[in-house]
Design a protein around this ligand. Structure first.
Ligand SMILES: C[S@@+](CC[C@H](N)C(=O)[O-])C[C@H]1O[C@@H](n2cnc3c(N)ncnc32)[C@H](O)[C@@H]1O
Length: 270
C-alpha cells in the first residue's frame, strides 16, 4: 500500500526541515562541481518531491554552480502540481510516476539525484537499484532528512521509550516498496554509496520542536500514536493518554522534543 502525504503536513514541516539541514553538504557538492570544471546546466532529479520543498531549499543554494534543470518525480499529482521554480535560472519539469513500480528513474547525463524525507520509506532492494543507476549515470547523490529512529524529550515520560519502540517497528513496515528501511535508511545509503566508490559525507539534520512549533509537534505526536496503535492495538488507552499528555506539555511550553534525521551526500569518482 503506497503512502500518501497531506499537503498541509508537508507545509507544516517545510520551515523546520529547511532550518535543520546542514549547509556543509550543499557546499561540498558545489565545491565538487566547481573543481570538476563542469560547465553547462545542472540536471537534477528530485525523487518523492511532494510539493517541491527540496527544490525550494536546494535550488537557490546551488545557483552559484550554474543554471539548473530540475525534474520533480512523485506519484501524487496534486502535490506535484504545486512544484515550480523558486528562483531565476531554474527550469522545472513535473513527472508523475510510481517510483516503487521499478521504472528507471536516473536519466543518462543526470548530475544530481536527490530526495528529502524519502529514504526511510523505501526498501533496501529499491535503494540498491537506485544507487546502481546513479553510479552508471555518474550522478552525485544527496538524500536529506531521513529519520534515524532517535527521539529525545527534554522531560521524560515513563511511556516514551515504549512508544518510540513501537513507532520504530512501524517505520520498518511496508510503505509500498516492500519492508521499509525506516531508521536504517542512512546506514544503508552510506554503505551502498561506499561500495560503489562514492566519497560520502553524512551530517545530522534534527528537528527541535518546542511550543513555537506546537502545530507540527501536535501532528507528529498524533502520527506517532496512530503508528504505535497499529503495532500495539491492545495498548490503545495508554497510548492515547500519552499523546494527550505530550501535546498538552508541548503547547504549554513545558517540553521540547528532538527528532533525529540524517543527510547523506555521495560524490562520484572515488
Ligand atoms: C515525506 S514526503 C516528502 C516530500 C518532499 N520530499 C518534502 O520533503 O516535503 C514523501 C513523498 O514521497 C512520495 N511517494 C511516496 N511513495 C511514492 C511512490 N511509490 N512513488 C512516488 N512517490 C512516492 C509522496 O507522495 C510524498 O510526496
Amino acid at each position: 500500500m503506497s503512502e500518501h502525504f497531506d499537503a498541509a503536513w508537508l507545509a507544516l514541516r517545510e520551515p523546520v526541515d529547511h532550518a535543520a539541514r546542514p549547509g556543509s553538504l550543499v557546499e561540498a557538492l558545489c565545491s565538487h562541481w566547481t573543481a570538476a570544471g563542469m560547465g553547462g546546466r545542472r540536471r537534477v532529479v528530485d525523487l518523492g518531491s511532494g510539493t517541491g520543498s527540496n527544490l525550494r531549499y536546494l535550488a537557490p543554494r546551488l545557483a552559484r554552480c550554474g543554471e539548473q534543470d530540475w525534474t520533480l518525480v512523485d506519484h501524487d499529482e496534486g502535490l506535484l502540481a504545486q512544484g515550480c521554480a523558486p528562483c531565476a535560472g531554474v527550469v522545472v519539469q513535473l513527472a508523475q510516476a510510481d517510483l516503487a513500480a521499478g521504472e528507471r528513474v536516473v536519466p543518462r547525463g543526470c548530475d544530481l539525484v536527490t530526495g528529502s524525507a524519502l529514504l526511510d520509506l523505501v526498501s533496501r532492494a529499491w535503494l540498491e537499484d537506485l544507487l546502481e543507476g546513479c553510479r552508471a549515470a555518474g550522478a552525485a547523490v544527496l538524500f536529506a532528512l531521513s529519520y534515524d529512529g532517535q527521539v529525545h524529550w527534554s522531560d521524560p515520560d515513563p511511556e516514551d521509550s515504549r512508544v518510540l519502540d513501537a513507532v520504530n517497528r512501524h517505520q520498518r513496515g511496508d510503505k509500498g516498496w516492500g519492508a521499509a528501511l525506516g531508521p536504517d535508511a542512512t546506514t544503508a545509503c552510506v554503505q551502498g554509496l561506499q561500495t560503489r566508490g562514492y566519497r560520502v559525507s553524512q551530517a545530522a539534520s534534527p528537528w527541535t520542536i518546542d511550543h513555537r512549533r506546537a502545530a507540527l509537534g501536535q501532528e507528529l505526536v498524533r502520527g506517532w500514536v496512530e503508528a504505535a496503535l497499529a503495532v500495539e492495538p491492545e495498548r490503545a488507552t495508554r497510548l492515547r493518554a500519552w499523546g494527550e499528555r505530550r501535546i498538552r506539555a508541548l503547547r504549554a511550553g513545558q517540553v521540547t522534543v528532538t527528532v533525529g534525521h540524517q543527510d547523506v551526500l555521495g560524490l562520484p569518482g572515488g
